[in-house]
Design a protein around this ligand. Structure first.
Ligand code: SAM
Ligand code: SF4
Ligand code: SF4
Length: 343
């Protein structure tokens, strides 16, 4: 079958709210070695029967899929999970994806525990950037937040391994829960200020259905920003690019910057150019979608078919869940679990 020429900018699909497709989050695995209470609480992790190693896309399928998305406008790719470093031979996948023409950025979000063994190979394979999730510096609290499975020392060593492997400054993501790890905000900044790494505080979100989220559990970014500013004065920075989800601030003393992701207090659906694909090949057009649409049939026909299918689905999209959440505690209904689509 003849391959059609890639779409030009003029023919890239837009959704019903005029938003193009620019970013893809690809989950490479649904399994995790942690049991964070806000994502995959112990005992609640097998709610989806479609899960399991036998349903995961192969690396070849993932490459075809990403090529299809690049034809549809995607320029940035983030690998996630579950815990992406649990996927065997991940550097082989990265090498395939990093070689795709038109893809400008290949990044990964990880809990960092397995980075020591893999950072160098990932760097060599062409991984561009790493974000490490880290909710506490206190060893006992960290252990508890990971569901009794993680050690903070191992994550800090993973960050050191990424530095040694030549990754530039990392993003360090911290989900802040009221009364749980609020007291870790200043220690995390004290630790990372001056290192080049950028700590970003994420408002705890009502993703999924298994975490029992209540609005009061989230801490608004404005509140955190004021607390930080009182300790280390901050100066607002302009967004680095249109659609950047984090609000950025510089420490006035020149020791770096801090970010805030405020999905609850300041929704940013208007600039949401992101699609998510689960490890079994389902497309989700919103973090809060109830269901995904399988791309498997299109995948069997190749990247052009994937591109056509994704373009058709994207042009029907009208999602803006966070904006609709408004004053209500939860818009309601079932939401896909975070560990299936990776944040
Ligand atoms: N396991 C990897 C990790 O933890 O970095 C990648 C997948 S994890 C689902 C991606 C990100 O989602 C993490 O930074 C995690 O903290 C965040 N996350 C999970 N559940 C969340 C929630 N309910 N609200 C806000 N962020 C959440
Ligand atoms: Fe695992 Fe990441 Fe979810 Fe924690 S947030 S349970 S590390 S997938
Ligand atoms: Fe995008 Fe949905 Fe989040 Fe809005 S709620 S920013 S549409 S993922």
């Amino acid at each position: 079958m003849a391959t059609q020429a890639p779409r030009t900018a003029a023919t890239m699909p837009q959704d019903r709210l005029g938003r193009p497709l620019r970013d893809l989050r690809l989950s490479v695995i649904e399994a995790c070695n942690f049991r964070c209470g806000y994502c995959m609480p112990e005992g609640r992790e097998v709610e989806d029967e479609a899960l399991g190693a036998q349903r995961r896309l192969t690396f070849e399928q993932m490459e075809t899929l990403v090529r299809g998305f690049v034809r549809t406008g995607v320029r940035k790719l983030r690998l996630t999970g579950g815990e992406p470093l649990l996927r065997r031979h991940l550097p082989d996948l990265v090498a395939r994806l990093a070689a795709i023409e038109g893809l400008e950025d290949v990044a990964m979000t990880t809990n960092g525990t397995l980075l020591r063994g893999q950072a160098a190979a990932l760097r060599q394979a062409g991984l561009g950037r790493i974000t490490v999730s880290l909710d506490a510096l206190d060893p006992e609290l960290f252990h508890r937040l990971s569901g009794g499975r993680g050690e903070v020392a191992q994550v800090l060593d993973g960050i050191a391994a990424a530095e040694e492997a030549g990754f530039g400054p990392l993003k360090i993501n911290c989900v802040v829960q009221r009364g749980v790890n609020e007291d870790q905000v200043l220690p995390l900044l004290a630790h990372f200020r001056g290192s080049g790494h950028v700590v970003r505080f994420i408002e705890y979100m009502d993703v999924g259905t298994c975490n029992g989220w209540r609005r009061d559990d989230a801490v608004a970014s404005a509140e955190l920003r004021d607390r930080i500013d009182a300790r280390w004065p901050l100066r607002a920075l302009a967004p680095a690019y249109r659609g950047e989800v984090a609000e950025r601030y510089a420490f006035a003393d020149g020791t770096g910057e801090v970010g805030f992701v405020s999905s609850i207090s300041q929704p940013f659906c208007g600039d949401c150019h992101r699609a998510r694909v689960s490890a079994d090949g389902r497309l989700f057009t919103c973090l809060f979608a109830a269901d995904g649409t399988s791309l498997m049939e299109a995948l069997e026909q190749g990247e052009q078919a994937v591109s056509e299918r994704v373009a058709a689905l994207w042009s029907r999209r009208a999602d803006r869940y966070s904006e609709l959440r408004g004053e209500r505690a939860r818009v309601g209904g079932r939401h896909v679990e975070m560990y299936l689509i990776g944040g």
